[in-house]
Design a protein. Structure first.
Length: 60
């Protein structure tokens, strides 16, 4: 699966804190998904998506 941080990120860090295996801060200070969502981190990635206060994370 793939995680995508769509436009509108507010750099709160919720996703990075919840699942650093998939999310990190990019050079622009906004969150980005840098790794695939795997069976091992799927639960954490979905929790990161659900914790996003502006709902800009999609997992496909």
């Amino acid at each position: 699966m793939k995680a995508i941080v769509e436009e509108g990120c507010i750099s709160c860090g919720a996703c990075v804190g919840e699942c650093p295996e998939v999310f990190r801060f990019g050079d622009d200070g906004l969150a980005e998904a840098y790794a695939e969502v795997t069976a091992e981190n799927e639960e954490e990635a979905k929790a990161a998506r659900d914790s996003c206060p502006v709902s800009v994370i999609d997992i496909r």
